[in-house]
Design a binder for this molecule. Structure first.
Ligand code: ADP
Length: 375
């Protein structure tokens, strides 16, 4: 019974075995099942054959004079052109088959002699399927990467080009308000205020979209940044929020970091700014920043607040683009702040996550690499 579909006919298998009888037997089985067969009787023939043209799969005998199967496999896996070809080892039942070694040198599977035809075919089919799926995944990933880049470029261009006309709309609304103040009635003034407010919200959205799109624009030089200066600048930038929320803010001395200063400032600014925005009206706000060593290679930063908290079902979404989960929608924001933070942390080689309890508080945690030899 042929268990294998007809499109197998294109697949080419290189069988490497120093015993001509084995080669003949395997070739007969595989040819019957529509595989194209190439044969090699020793390691040097095998390597020359693979380099001349890469087969889809290799069946490789372990015990051969000179270079054995493990050595051949090691050589193939070291070469970027041949490293992705799946290698199935063949070993006689009385050989001590070192299975661990077979996998550690890059083998995909192994078969023991005497062969069972169905097993040989199933193992080959299995490996070819894996290669095919990996290829599909790679192509899809590349396509996704490309479309993400295109989208980011699009967001950047749109956001950038929207700035100017928006500025004009807001500007003219202001001029009308100032110049014709005496002849405007209340409802006209209300409309103008609405134009200005909507324009202001759009300016924030554009600003955040541009920051998001710019993070991975490449060519950004990282340098040593004093964490204390970055934090101080961030707190300065959101001074109005800190003042308005009457927040008690506690923070330690921060280490030197390696990164992009504006982005690191934005990271602190967004997270501490959120703590002031999503506070509870009847609870004095306390924000505590902490830093400790994590896994020898990273600093672990924590920003803890006693604000409104986030429910567990919403917690998983907050780092996604445009996700706002506060419910009442009264708190200003674009839903981009944490997506920006995630991108910044990841582009600096770290990770970010949060823990939270509704009506109790939230802790944002992120890691950043330790700069060796720096406090
Ligand atoms: P924005 O602040 O513009 O709404 P973010 O991306 O910064 O967008 O945050 C996404 C959502 O996560 C917020 O809308 C809010 O619901 C929630 N959130 C963020 N930080 C906190 C916090 N410290 N406490 C409670 N909820 C928060």
């Amino acid at each position: 019974m042929n268990l294998y579909p007809s499109n197998q006919s294109q697949k080419e298998i290189l069988v490497i075995d120093d015993t001509p009888d084995n080669l003949r037997l395997l070739s007969a089985i595989l040819t019957q099942h529509n595989y194209e067969i190439r044969k090699a009787l020793n390691s040097s023939q095998a390597i020359a054959s693979v380099q001349a043209e890469a087969p889809d799969l290799i069946l490789l005998d372990i015990k051969m004079p000179g270079m054995n199967g493990f050595d051949v496999c090691t050589a193939l896996k070291q070469n970027p052109i041949t490293q992705d070809i799946p290698v199935i080892f063949i070993s006689a039942l009385d050989d001590a088959l070192d299975k661990v070694r077979a996998f550690s040198v890059g083998g995909a599977d192994y078969i023991t002699k005497p062969f069972q035809e169905a097993e040989v075919l199933a193992r080959i089919e299995n490996q070819l399927k894996i290669v095919e799926l990996q290829g599909k995944l790679k192509t899809q990933n590349e396509a996704l990467e490309k479309s993400n880049q295109a989208l980011e470029q699009f967001a950047y261009v749109v956001a950038h080009d929207l700035q100017q006309p928006l500025q004009s709309i807001i500007g003219y609304a202001k001029i009308i308000d100032l110049k014709y103040s005496e002849i405007l009635d209340i409802s006209m003034k209300n409309y103008l205020t609405k134009i200005s407010d909507a324009g202001g919200r759009m300016q924030f959205l554009i600003r955040d979209l541009l920051s998001y799109a710019l993070i991975e624009k490449g060519g950004i030089e990282f340098s040593k940044i004093d964490g204390n200066i970055a934090l101080k600048q961030a707190l300065n930038n959101i001074d109005f929020l800190l003042q308005a929320s009457h927040a008690e803010l506690i923070y330690p001395t921060l280490p030197t970091l390696f990164g992009h200063e504006t982005q690191l400032i934005q990271l602190f600014q967004n997270i501490v700014g959120n703590a002031t925005k999503f506070s509870r009206s009847n609870v004095p706000l306390k924000i505590e920043i902490s830093v400790s060593q994590y896994n020898q290679e990273y600093w672990l930063f924590g920003v803890h607040d006693n604000g409104m908290g986030i429910s567990s079902e919403n917690l998983g979404r907050i780092f996604e683009l445009f996700q706002r989960v506060d419910g009442d929608g009264d708190i200003p924001g674009t839903g981009l702040g944490l997506a920006i933070c995630k991108k910044i942390v990841e582009s600096h080689g770290g990770q970010i996550w949060a823990t939270s309890k509704l009506h109790v508080g939230t802790t944002f945690l992120f890691t950043l690499p330790i700069v060796q030899g720096e406090p």
